[in-house]
Structure formats: structure tokens, C-alpha cells
Design a binder for this molecule. Structure first.
Ligand SMILES: Cc1cn([C@H]2C[C@H](O)[C@@H](COP(=O)(O)OP(=O)(O)O[C@H]3O[C@@H](C)C(=O)[C@@H](O)[C@H]3O)O2)c(=O)[nH]c1=O
Length: 187
């Protein structure tokens, strides 16, 4: 498997080794030992999946506060997304900065996003299915959001972004108005 660093420390792009043959391919989408060798050990407690029918559907930017802060390992089962992680750790040298990576069903890319980042995506094709592991359970009380199109974030969303957004996400606060963020944890 190939693990690539990103400009945001601790966010990694992972592409598993593909074993292709006449039938198609086989991949290990999660291998505890191989991920641990790359410093990505986690104990996943929940597998999530969402289907978005309309291209331009935006979900996010979401995070959960402690004690339910989540690392996420994201991949696409059908379709294509622009996946975004925003550093929301106060005191981080990259606070407020983001990365945006295209994840595709065919490319098998996975984005590893630790706690301390808000996560969201825009679907780029109809009927896009996103699957992701999380290492802390869902908590309605601890879930928070940042406005996906907050101009201060400078995210270059595709033109179709916003075709469908949940009522909750449409009224999320901008980063500058968010009261509940993370504090940078000592390395
Ligand atoms: C995230 C989540 C939602 N739900 C429920 C709550 C609600 O009734 C329904 C839909 O929830 P949402 O609108 O929050 O779903 P969605 O907007 O897809 O939320 C997801 O967005 C992406 C970007 C993430 O990073 C995820 O962590 C998660 O926050 O599903 C759970 O039961 N468990 C969960 O883990």
C-alpha cells in the first residue's frame, strides 16, 4: 500500500495494493498491521456509508468534540467525490487550512483524517456512495459543523457544489464564529 503525506500534518492519502486478474481485482481496504507500520494504528468502532443521488451534494464540514472526537478513514464505493479536511485545532500552524483530494471508486484512494479536523465532501457523480470507518461512536451532543462555503476557508469547491445540502449544514457557523473547536494536542 502507498501512504502519502499531505500539507496537513497527520492527514494521509492511502492507496492499497491492487491485485488485478481476469475477474477484476482484490484489495485490502484495511490491514491493521500495515497501517500500524505507517503510524496509522486505530481501533475502529463504527463503519458508515452514505449515498448521495445528486452530483454537487455537499455533506459537511463535520467533526465531533471529545470524548467522541473521531479519526475517519474515507473511501468511495461508487462514483467520485472531492473530499475536504479542514484543520480546526486552535494553535496549530495550519489552523483554518484545508486539503481537498479527489477520491474515486476506481482509484481506491482513501483519506485518513485524524481528530481535530472538520471533514466534508462534494459528490461529483450521480449515486455516489461513500464509506468510512470511525474510531469513536456517533454522538449527537458532540457533533459540530463549520459552514462548507465559509469564504475564509478558501475551498475551491466545484461549480456544482451546493446542489443539495442538509438543512443543518446550510446554517452551520463560519469558522470565525465557531465556539467549540479543538486545542492543538502536544505531539
Ligand atoms: C453521522 C451519523 C448520523 N446518524 C444519523 C443522524 C441523522 O438522523 C442521520 C443523517 O445524519 P447527517 O445528516 O449528520 O449525515 P451526514 O451529513 O452524512 O454526516 C456525515 O457527514 C460526513 C461529511 C462526515 O464526516 C461524517 O462523520 C458524518 O458527519 O443519520 C447516525 O445515526 N449515526 C452517525 O454516525
Amino acid at each position: 500500500m502507498q501512504v502519502t503525506s499531505t500539507p496537513l500534518s497527520d492527514v494521509r492519502l492511502v492507496v492499497p495494493k491492487r491485485f488485478g486478474d481476469a475477474r477484476g481485482y482484490f484489495v485490502e481496504t484495511w490491514n491493521e498491521q500495515a497501517f500500524a507500520l505507517n503510524g496509522l494504528e486505530r481501533r475502529w468502532v463504527q463503519d458508515n456509508q452514505s449515498l448521495s443521488a445528486t452530483p454537487g451534494t455537499v455533506r459537511g464540514l463535520h467533526y465531533q468534540l471529545d470524548p467522541f472526537a473521531q479519526t475517519k478513514l474515507i473511501r468511495v464505493l461508487t462514483g467520485r467525490i472531492l473530499d475536504v479536511a479542514v484543520d480546526v485545532r486552535r494553535g496549530s500552524p495550519t489552523f483554518g487550512q484545508h486539503i481537498a483530494v479527489e477520491l474515486t471508486a476506481g482509484g481506491l484512494e482513501q483519506l485518513f483524517i485524524p481528530a481535530g479536523f472538520a471533514h466534508g465532501f462534494c459528490t461529483l457523480e450521480p449515486d455516489t456512495t461513500v464509506a468510512y470507518k470511525v474510531d469513536a461512536p456517533y454522538s449527537k451532543e458532540c457533533e459540530r459543523a463549520i459552514l462548507w462555503n465559509d469564504p475564509a476557508l478558501g475551498i475551491d469547491w466545484p461549480a456544482l457544489a451546493g446542489a443539495s445540502v442538509s438543512d443543518k449544514d446550510a446554517v452551520a457557523p463560519r469558522l470565525a464564529d465557531a465556539t467549540d473547536l479543538f486545542d492543538m494536542r502536544p505531539a
